[in-house]
Design a protein around this ligand. Structure first.
Ligand SMILES: [Zn+2]
Length: 342
């Protein structure tokens, strides 16, 4: 790899939320998902009342685009094919229907379906359609297309010009290339602003939330979804958990730290909850990362069994009111009336 392929990075010695130093959480992480260059560390804030996790060093604002050379939003991106031997194929074929029966009988399937349908609309259910919606970091714009079909007037912002091109040409969307701050939207212009798996990618989460606050109409709603450090996946896979995604995820959150960011940004009526709805996709990807990290061969069937058991554990603990679920959701408003129960 030539020198130009390296990503210039900056040290991040202190917590952005409280200014405390950070204890080393993981050292020398590499990008086992999209193969960006470099070695990265994650630190956890030493202040027990805080606990924010951040990347140190972090790619500089000028060069972070190099971390996205390969990314799922680009045309032609493919995860490659998985080869399964005959024995594993037959075991999976025999057991998947049993799993389906179990998930149905235990109520997990119904629960998962309900959560997924709300999550797919980014929890805008309950708001009258017809309003103006801005999706920050909209990628190719699949979510905006879905909401346009439901009657919303939609717009997006996206820093990745390849994704913007797809959103415009393929989906006919109005998408501004660049950051939210650079798009120049007038104050009080949107009924809803959404950020799905975006806040973990930005250098200054509080200032991005503040920019969202400015754009919301007085009764407007902000919705943010991000990976949950307190989930079963991080507990099981540790440094190989999919949610870490070095060096693109610059901060990692829990319900508490995400809420703290919103408080500091000046948002009101803040609600947070955990989301187990898409646990299996994240658990399965973590399993793939673990395989690349350790190089250990493991049959598809045994991997599937473990992912299935982890998912059941995540649902059970979620139902016991623990803060597990592979994602955290936060909704907030500009004024302090109303709210949304999860
Ligand atoms: Zn802190």
């Amino acid at each position: 790899m030539s020198c130009n392929d390296q990503i210039a990075s900056v040290p991040v010695p202190a917590c952005r939320l409280c200014g405390s130093g950070g204890a080393m959480l993981y050292e020398r992480l590499t990008d086992l998902t999209y193969g960006a260059p470099g070695e990265w560390n994650l630190r956890r804030c030493r202040n027990p009342a805080c606990g924010l996790v951040w990347l140190d060093p972090a790619p500089s604002e000028e060069e972070i685009h190099k971390a996205y050379r390969v990314y799922y939003t680009h045309p032609g991106y493919s995860e490659g094919e998985k080869r399964i031997d005959r024995l594993n194929y037959l075991l999976l074929k025999g057991c998947k229907p049993l799993q389906k029966l179990f998930l149905r009988a235990s109520g997990i399937r119904r629960f998962e379906k309900e959560w997924r349908s709300r999550a797919d609309d980014l929890f805008l259910d309950g708001l009258p359609p017809g309003g103006k919606l801005l999706d920050v970091g909209c990628g190719k714009g699949d979510f905006l297309v879905r909401m346009r079909r439901k009657g919303w007037k939609v717009e997006g912002t996206e820093v990745d010009s390849e994704a913007v091109e797809q959103a415009r040409v393929k989906n006919g969307l109005t998408v501004h290339t660049g950051t939210l701050e650079s798009a120049g939207f007038p104050t009080d212009s949107f009924d809803a602003v959404t950020m799905n798996h975006v806040i973990e990618h930005v250098h200054d989460p509080v200032s991005v939330l503040r920019a969202c606050l400015r754009l919301l109409k007085p009764s407007g709603r902000l919705v943010t979804v991000t990976p949950n450090l307190d989930g079963v996946g991080h507990e099981r896979f540790g440094r190989n958990w999919r949610g870490l995604e070095p060096p693109r995820h610059l901060h990692l959150f829990t319900r508490r730290t995400l809420k703290e960011c919103a408080v500091r940004a000046g948002l009101r009526s803040i609600e947070t909850w955990c989301l187990p709805g898409y646990a299996d996709a994240i658990l399965q990807s973590s399993m793939d990362i673990e395989k690349r990290a350790t190089g250990k061969k493991r049959g598809e069937f045994s991997r599937w069994v473990e992912v299935s058991l982890l998912k059941v554990r995540e649902y059970n603990r979620y139902n016991n009111k623990e803060n597990v679920g592979e994602e955290v959701v936060m909704t907030a408003r500009k004024d302090s009336e109303g709210g949304l129960s999860g």
